[in-house]
Design a protein around this ligand. Structure first.
Ligand code: SAH
Ligand code: SF4
Ligand code: F3S
Length: 434
């Protein structure tokens, strides 16, 4: 018998987590209940990522495992999102047993398509659909912190990046629909909202720019903590930076991807800012909100990256002293400008060496930066327990840092003052401050 239950797992960025939240709401509206284990689920869904080759390898590996849970015709395995968009029918050929392959703009149709299932694999990857995402106020991924999509797609076409090809052109949601989603989520107990887009700074709906949208969210919703991701440095306005000075509900964290410290490489990447401009933005941000946590993305081994270019990335990292960074080695994505026009000329071994050096440097910096938190009292939203020890609470600071704390009290879902007692590179450890 077909069970109306679904298992849904997401890889990739916050956009995927937000999409999964909308799909969950749509599935539940159609009568499916969520289950935490793929064994026994009627519908098994994997939301996939294609941003780097490794991300695809991981998704393909997991999908091959998930098809093993099929029980005859009573289980449907669905690959949705970016990798489904990129591979389409090839994915069905590569992994027999996948029943639904739905791209980034078709995935919300899954509940309807399931009703019409007839056994043959369904592949839907058309783009340019006019999406009405607001139709399903999302289910939060975490009961206390959730993502709300404000823009979809990307117009930047950075030379290395496949996202614009998989997510289509930028489209901005109506401010009213965004407010409605946030109110829906806060009504369910969510305290921390992250506004999501590939480049939130270019948000524009009629007269509403991104800073105006944030003001509106502050004025028209009761959400306690507001964040956003991702900001493109070329579009980060001073008006937006000023909000960090004036709006305490805007959390003190900004993810600002630098990608490279070399102007030559930035130009080849089509990033459209210089390392110096990035430095100015950092200064302004730190003036507006002293102690703001800054995180970034960095790529090593982009075509033509010389030792000198690479050193400029190391220098920029030393200069800015990011709180944390996501660091990657360049991965050729077919169809991108770089894949078509540039030779992937940095040997894999060299890329790995550069990446490891950079990771070591950033780890040291993160450790040092985090020591400054020791002795301070931070407000922490407790959203679960430590993966290693269920007796230890886990939460996030305003700066988005993970804090582990021991307490006999039930702190789940509360924002509590926590004195930081010690810190390592990735985690802070503290106790409830009296
Ligand atoms: N929209 C966001 C991030 C998108 S992808 C932004 O503009 O910053 C997340 C990160 O993956 C990027 O910031 C980049 O550092 C990395 N990335 C994207 N394509 C890549 C590729 N082909 N090889 C290596 N890293 C890549
Ligand atoms: Fe990719 Fe650049 Fe768009 Fe970010 S801004 S999604 S890195 S093309
Ligand atoms: Fe991956 Fe798609 Fe996000 S490629 S990073 S899941 S937009």
């Amino acid at each position: 018998m077909f069970r109306k239950t679904y298992y849904l797992h997401s890889y990739g960025c916050q956009m995927n987590i937000a999409d999964s939240g909308i799909l969950s709401a749509a599935m539940e509206k159609a009568g499916y209940s969520p289950v935490a284990d793929p064994a026994g689920a009627g519908v098994i869904i994997l939301n996939t990522c294609s941003v780097r080759e490794k991300a695809e390898e991981r998704a393909l590996g997991r999908l091959s495992e998930l098809v093993k849970y099929k029980r005859g015709k009573e289980t449907y395995v669905c690959a949705i999102g970016c990798m489904a968009q990129r591979m389409g029918q090839d994915l069905a050929d590569k992994i027999p047993g996948v029943d639904f392959i739905l791209g980034t703009e078709q995935l919300f149709d899954l509940p309807t398509l399931l009703d019409r299932r007839n056994g043959a694999p369904v592949v839907e990857t058309a783009m340019g659909v006019d999406l009405e995402w607001a139709e399903f106020p999302p289910e939060p991924d975490n009961p206390y912190a959730a993502f709300v999509t404000i823009t979809r797609g990307c117009n930047n076409y950075c030379a290395y990046c496949i996202v614009p090809y998989l997510r289509g052109p930028e489209r901005h949601r109506k401010p009213e629909a965004i407010i409605k989603d946030i109110n829906h989520l806060t009504g369910k107990g969510v305290l921390d909202i992250t506004l999501v887009g590939q480049n939130v700074n270019s948000y524009q709906h009629e007269a509403a720019t991104f800073p105006k949208l944030i003001k509106k969210v502050i004025d028209e919703t009761g959400v306690e903590r507001i964040r956003f991701i991702t900001s493109h440095p070329k579009d980060l306005s001073y008006e937006l930076i000023d909000l960090f000075a004036t709006e305490p509900r805007l959390m003190g964290h900004l993810h600002l991807p630098l990608q490279s410290g070399s102007d030559l490489i930035l130009e080849k990447m089509f990033r459209r800012y210089t390392a110096a401009h990035f430095g100015q933005l950092v200064d302004k941000l730190r003036q507006a909100r002293p102690g703001i946590a800054l995180t970034t993305d960095l790529i090593v081994g982009f075509p033509g990256e010389s030792e000198d270019d690479y050193k400029m990335t190391l220098d920029a990292v030393k200069e800015v002293r990011f709180d944390a960074a996501f660091m990657f080695r360049y991965s050729v994505r077919s169809g991108t400008w770089a894949a078509k026009n540039l030779v992937d000329d940095i040997p894999e071994e060299q890329k790995l060496k550069r990446l490891q050096n950079l990771i070591d440097l950033q780890k040291e910096i993160s450790f040092e930066v985090n020591q400054k938190e020791v002795g301070r009292v931070s407000k922490v939203l407790v959203d679960g327990t430590s993966r290693r020890d269920e007796q230890v609470w886990k939460g996030k600071t305003g700066g988005n840092k993970t804090v582990l704390l021991e307490s006999d009290q039930d702190l789940l879902g509360q924002i509590v003052p926590v004195r930081i007692l010690r810190a390592d590179s990735w985690t802070l450890h503290g106790e409830v401050a009296s």
